[in-house]
Design a protein around this ligand. Structure first.
Ligand code: ZN
Ligand code: ZN
Ligand code: ZN
Length: 381
């Protein structure tokens, strides 16, 4: 029953910030003829209100009709956790014996907002299924009006991403300097060590700390286990967390000894490809062009079949969010779009490698948020 604070959540911002975001969401609702916006779990809700709902079975939902008051339908027992934002939304608490989905439907009906309904991506399916018969005839769509706003970070959000990025950069620097014990430890032990360092560097949450040795590095999202790290193999570390509401994410590889030509040559290609993709992240370029810039180089060097994931993902309040750097995404990059650039080369059963920075598009060109050394650092072990 103890109300938990949402770990890693940013302190609420000023009411003016949320009022502005809500206004901009409503402007898009008018453009797209959306009657009502329904935001439940996920990060769209705190983006608009400052409130992080716990992922519970009890419904919390912000009901934003195109015209009229926005209301946060929330369990009565959770209501004390909400920082009021006067003029942005009103709190509509519900008691344990009420049906909160009926309340949501009633609020939509009272606002005459029952035809075009936009729902947040991470609402429990259960609530949507229960809502369907209560708003007969409604058309549903994703709440991409908020997604598109969240993509373009403002100056404070960019500063928060930079701070988180600098923190993991320092850890990568320690890794590359040989200051983190590796050989003879298990992947899991090194992963736990990275996790502790992520927290010690000021993050509130560890989102992941992939540590993959040798052949395990060929699995891009390898789960670190009891495999002991040995000399004369590559070690891939991909780690990040959430710091004051914004995420970090970095990948660096080190070689524990002197790499064979096969590995050194592939890494040189990877490094060139990653730099080219960063450089391609200019305002106005389609997201897919970032992917193509990396893939062109990797493919030309003969490793095309060994690079089987997209080049990057957006990052912000979530570690993975829009926009995605993938073939087929022709959305043009805008100033403030923050995203990863992380090509990889993976040879099953042998080795794998990835190099990842976070980059923000700006009118002065792409700005990398990570500056830890990009070459394959070889440790004398
Ligand atoms: Zn990943
Ligand atoms: Zn990563
Ligand atoms: Zn990433």
């Amino acid at each position: 029953m103890v109300p938990m604070q949402t770990p890693g959540a940013a302190a609420p911002l000023s009411t003016a910030v949320y009022a502005d975001r809500l206004d901009r969401a409503r402007a898009q609702m008018r453009d797209k003829n959306i009657d009502v916006l329904l935001l439940s779990l996920g990060l769209d809700l705190p983006y608009i209100t400052g409130y992080h709902a716990m992922p519970l079975e009890r419904l919390t939902m912000l009901v934003v009709p195109r015209e009229g008051e926005a209301r946060m339908v929330i369990p009565r027992m959770e209501a004390p956790r909400v920082a009021p934002q006067p003029g942005v939304f009103e709190i509509h608490p519900w008691g344990e014996t009420e049906n909160p989905v009926e309340i949501v439907a009633r609020l939509a009906r009272e606002a005459g907002a029952t035809h075009n309904v936009a729902v947040g991506d991470q609402m429990w399916a259960r609530f949507l299924v229960e809502l369907l018969p209560l708003l007969p005839g409604a058309q549903y769509q994703r709440a991409d009006v908020v997604t598109s706003m969240r993509m373009a970070k403002d100056a404070d959000e960019i500063a928060a991403l930079f701070a988180a990025g600098a923190a993991v950069d320092r850890i990568a620097g320690e890794l590359q300097a040989g200051n983190i014990e590796l050989v003879g430890r298990t992947e899991a032990a090194v992963s736990a060590d990275l996790g502790e360092r992520i927290l010690a560097e000021g993050h509130q949450v560890v989102n992941f700390a992939i540590v993959a040795a040798g052949e395990n590095a060929a699995s891009p999202h390898h789960s670190p286990g009891d495999r002991v790290i040995r000399k004369n193999e590559i070690l891939l570390c991909d780690f990040g967390g959430t710091m004051n509401g914004y995420c970090s994410d970095i990948t660096r590889c080190v070689y524990l000894g002197t790499p064979p030509a096969e590995v050194a040559d592939a890494y040189a290609v990877l490094q060139e490809a990653q730099a080219a993709a960063v450089a391609a992240g200019v305002v106005g370029a389609p997201c897919e062009e970032v992917d193509r810039a990396a893939r062109r180089i990797i493919t030309a060097a003969g490793y095309g079949d060994y690079f089987f994931h997209r080049t990057g993902h957006g990052i912000g309040m979530e570690a993975h969010e829009d926009p995605y750097m993938v073939e087929g995404n022709s959305q043009p990059l805008a100033a403030g779009h923050a995203f990863s650039v992380e090509p990889g080369i993976y040879v099953e059963g042998k080795w794998g490698m990835r190099l990842e920075d976070i980059v923000v598009a700006s009118h002065d060109g792409p700005v990398p948020m990570n500056s830890a050394r990009h070459e394959l650092v070889c440790l004398d072990v």
